[in-house]
Design a protein around this ligand. Structure first.
Ligand code: OMP
Length: 271
């Protein structure tokens, strides 16, 4: 999906919600465990119930990889099931020497047909470029992550006075464009978003960490929203595990709708 289409979806749905399908076999409702493919059954019901409130779904591959070949099957079936107007993110956090990154790009863009993949910038330009070379697909580069470990490297100050995450943003924006490159900024780091917007005024940000990790939707939106929205805010656990009972999909929809309604207000303020 290209940038124009993504923006028009955001406008049409009055939503910049990205629902995280971090579907954990140990956390899904017990009655689904008898299904032939419990994870797919869970995802299918979550998607059916929440699709009208979201513009994107993020599939965290770890939860599928952990289950071996069965997990990959559930992942593929979930991607195939998602509606065509949904922006599909493979949250795989890849990045390796160019030759290997090319294979990852093929796996997620050509084979699985995702719109975007999360990539770690640590190995530099040649490890990221192969993802950017695939037409009409997006690379979502980790910039300032939501976890406490962001302090270990991302926040370190370099000799030129910049923090590592700032250097990542400055340097990498020349590797692609705002049509194929987004950045991950954790919702728990809202106080840095104003500064981030000075470096990358137009790029989309993928912002995880609202809900279970304590990030605040209004704060992030105020600091990061552009005229074209420029945000995809992810929430996983607080939506998909809103209930552990038979009403899990209904409760997920209720939570997603609540978030979408707040997003509609934020979008109307920025118009
Ligand atoms: O790249 C990510 O998506 C990501 C980056 C980051 O800095 N923090 C972060 O939590 N994530 C992912 O975003 C999701 C957050 O899930 P919840 O905390 O359950 O909403 C998980 O899939 C994380 O792996």
């Amino acid at each position: 999906m290209n940038r124009t289409k993504l923006i028009s979806q955001i406008k049409a749905k009055e939503s910049y919600l990205c629902i995280g399908l971090d579907s954990d076999i140990t956390k899904i409702p017990a009655h689904l465990l008898n299904a032939q493919d419990p994870i797919f059954e869970f995802n299918k019901q979550i998607i059916d119930a929440t699709e009208k409130y979201a513009v994107s779904y993020k599939i965290n591959t770890a939860f599928y990889e952990a289950l071996g070949t069965k997990g990959w099957e559930s992942l593929q079936k979930t991607i195939d099931y998602l509606p065509k107007d949904i922006f599909i993110i493979a949250d795989a956090k890849r990045g390796d020497i160019g030759n290997t990154s090319s294979q990852y790009a093929k796996a997620f863009f050509e084979n699985l047909n995702c719109d975007a993949v999360t990539v770690a910038p640590y190995m530099g330009e040649d490890s990221v470029k192969p993802f950017l070379e695939i037409k009409d697909k997006w690379t979502i580069l980790l910039a300032l992550t939501s976890n406490s470990g962001a302090q270990d490297f991302e926040m370190l100050e370099l000799k030129n006075g910049k923090k590592v995450y700032e250097e990542v943003l400055e340097k990498s924006q020349n590797w692609g464009t705002d049509e194929n490159l987004m950045y991950v900024v954790g919702a728990t780091k809202a106080e840095y978003i104003e500064n981030i917007r000075k470096i990358i005024p137009n790029h989309f940000l993928l912002v995880p960490g609202v809900g279970a990790q304590g990030g605040n939707l209004a704060e992030v939106s105020k600091a990061g929203m552009t005229k074209e929205c420029g945000l995809l805010i992810n929430s996983s656990r607080q939506i998909i595990y809103a209930s552990k009972d038979k009403d899990f999909a209904e409760m997920a929809a209720k939570k997603a709708q609540e978030i979408q309604q707040e997003m509609a207000i934020q979008l109307s303020v920025t118009k």
